[in-house]
Design a protein around this ligand. Sequence first.
Ligand code: A3P
Length: 341
Amino acid sequence: MATANAPSVVGPVPFTDVCGARPGPVPPPNDHDDDDASAAALPGDARLRLRWYQGTWVPRVCVPGVVAIRQGSFAPRRGDVVLASPHKCGTTWLKALAFATMARGAYPPAGAGHPLLRLNPHDCVPFMEMLFADSSAGSRKMGALPSPRLMATHMHHAILPASISNNPDCKIVYICRNPKDMLVSLWHFGRRVQPDLAFSDVFEHACEGVSFSGPIWDHVLGYWNASKESPETVLFLRYEEILLDPAGNVRRLARFVGQPLSPAEEAAGVAEDIARLCSFEALRGLEVNTAAGSGSLLFPNGAYFRRGQAGDWANHMTPEMARRLDAVMEEKLRGSGLSFA
Ligand code: A3P
């Protein structure tokens, strides 16, 4: 696997400190006014602004980046860690946890100067699809980051380039969540740009496989199977498990990326410090993460912190809807050893 030269500073460092403003979603162009050839050529769901790409639903604005990454714009480096997730499953949290864990040498998690106290987690860890929407800028910016680098993606495992999915030098940390809570979170998020979006529409589409990161069962199965086949390169995490034991999952993460906590760090309570720094309450309370926090053009930083709990689906779904989605998931995941019951 091709390996680029790494700068001398040790990573990860906050993306925006090195590369300037984070790449983010831009207001989608008019649906009848496609200005991007790669997105325009693909069939898609106009209302959800998705494109059906290689058997996966991809937000239309991400298609150019996905195509560029798959065509080789991303140059892997030994030590790269890719955070993968379906939308609204705790990506922001995982970015914070992974950044705080991997950068703890340079930035002690209890320190007053920690980057996560002044930057949103999305400022620290970029989304690859956004970054590579401009492939030459993406390559340049990724190249400027010191190793080990941290980056994130919502791509299905099936459409990752081999430089990520078949590269022993690159690790993948995946997070998923009960799909019922994911859909509720997605609906709340989507209403920020489509105020008339009905939850019943989001739900119906998702049961048919059409959603951000959809079909959702294929997204989780791809990474689940990869984690079974290659546990040393793919770590499979669940939002609900981290809620139950954040410090324990910090330790798992640290071991997985080859930076286990030392006895001195254990004695000093470093795992607990990281869990506290990255907790929903701590991050949401920071000025940078309030509604006023700049974020992207479409979503202020505050949009990434809503409720932060498991089980909110019960406030939005009828028992019948819940049974239906559970049944769809059970059927699709049958025989895999994975379940969301
Ligand atoms: P809710 O909408 O259910 O509250 P993503 O980061 O993938 O977009 O996912 C967003 C979901 O993760 C939202 O869920 C958000 O509130 C929750 N979240 C964000 N930061 C979190 C944290 N530090 N701890 C727990 N949940 C968090």
